[in-house]
Design a protein around this ligand. Structure first.
Ligand code: ATP
Ligand code: MG
Length: 356
């Protein structure tokens, strides 16, 4: 057994991964694989909360996300991939945690409110939709993760998860509610209180220049985009600046991309300086340079991903998922059993298999 702290984070299969995922979370996941025991979750159950009528799309997106992960540098030899629907302990813990979470607390979650608005869900979202926020607490706590690498929009969800962990520890493990977060496990709590780890850019703006880059909003540069697609999407980014001599605002989306993707700090400083002064530098120039920098980042990922296309790629992904399901269940079942023991529900143990 390893003694390293655990990481749990993941993505919902609602489309392919994009640059926002990279700077917000994926880059940290790739970097931390040797330092933490890493679990990366495919939230395919949660994909059904808004697309219950599209099972084929969810299946396709699930396989695509695994391919994007592998192409980006997630190593299945070092990290464990978790397919949410094959880890029943997560669903069971979700029920218990739902009982520890006031309904109004869920509905006040600002990220949930924003999502309802942005995805235009009105009042017609499913009962399961707000429940996913509690489900996400179970994703994290089933693996007793210490660290959750995520983008800024997830902070409200992680805060809910921290509350649930504290409440469980206090209610069922006898932990004094005044105990400091880092002391919970030492004080007898089952769950460590997890922390969010925000990426280098917590919220990358989309190519609409306005909203968060998002799978569902059609404003994303995908990790699989070609050089040409990157150039076209960058070209469409509107800043409102008219001429090459007009002093520009480097707080705009274009310059967020400059700082995020152009590697040479001296070049970034030079571009910022000239843009601010309106020193004969057009948005077009900057966009071409940013597009080239993004392409340099994505080219090796595209190459690795090409080897995963089609049926052989699908077969390889399914093989990994099957093998990793066993590992993921070993950990999550252990947590569920300990949780049930704490709750006076230890009526015996069970063994899970995963057949074809
Ligand atoms: P959806 O539109 O379906 O909600 P999404 O693009 O927001 O999809 P998620 O699967 O919800 O993607 O997010 C996965 C992870 O990537 C989360 O940690 C989230 O914070 C992070 N992330 C997503 N978009 C961005 C972004 N634009 N900037 C920084 N981080 C992001
Ligand atoms: Mg999202």
């Amino acid at each position: 057994m390893t003694t390293r702290s655990r990481i749990l984070t993941g993505d919902t299969p609602s489309g392919r991964l994009h640059l926002g995922h990279w700077v917000g979370s994926l880059e940290n996941r790739v970097r931390l694989q040797d330092d933490y025991d890493c679990f990366f979750l495919l939230a395919n159950m949660h994909a059904f909360t808004t697309r219950a009528d599209k099972p084929e799309d969810i299946r396709r997106d699930t396989l695509d996300i695994v391919k994007d992960w592998l192409a980006a540098g997630i190593d299945p030899e070092r990290s464990t991939l978790v397919l949410q629907t094959e880890v029943p302990a997560i669903a069971e813990l979700s029920w218990f945690f739902a009982m520890l979470t006031p309904f109004n607390r869920v509905m006040r979650n600002p990220t949930l409110k924003t999502e309802i608005e942005l995805k235009d869900l009105g009042e017609h979202y499913s009962f399961g939709f707000p429940l996913y926020t509690v489900g996400q607490c179970a994703d994290i706590l089933a693996f007793r993760a210490a660290l959750v690498p995520v983008g800024e929009d997830q902070v409200a969800h992680i805060e809910m998860c921290r509350e649930v962990a504290r409440r469980f520890n206090a209610t069922y493990c006898g932990v004094d509610p005044k105990t400091e977060d880092p002391e919970h496990v030492k004080a007898g709590g089952l769950f460590p209180i997890p922390s969010a780890l925000i990426g280098r850019i917590g919220r990358l703006t989309g190519t609409d220049g306005k909203n968060k880059m998002s799978k569902s909003l059609g404003n994303a540069i995908l990790l699989t985009d070609t050089a040409k697609e990157i150039k076209t999407k960058m070209g469409a980014l509107y800043t409102g600046r008219q001429t090459m001599t007009e002093p520009g605002d480097t707080d705009n989306a274009l310059f967020q991309y400059v700082r995020a993707f152009i590697k040479d700090p001296a070049r970034v400083a030079e571009l910022e300086d000239r843009y601010k002064r309106g020193d004969n530098i057009g948005d077009g120039h900057v966009k071409v340079e940013v597009a080239a920098a993004i392409d340099a980042l994505l080219a090796p990922m595209r190459e690795r991903r090409a080897a995963l296309e089609g049926k052989p790629g699908d077969d390889r992904v399914l093989e990994i998922l099957r093998a990793h399901t066993t590992k993921a269940n070993a950990v999550a079942e252990e947590t569920l059993h300990a949780a049930k023991q704490a709750m006076g529900l230890d009526f015996g143990r069970r063994a899970l298999g995963f057949g074809r």
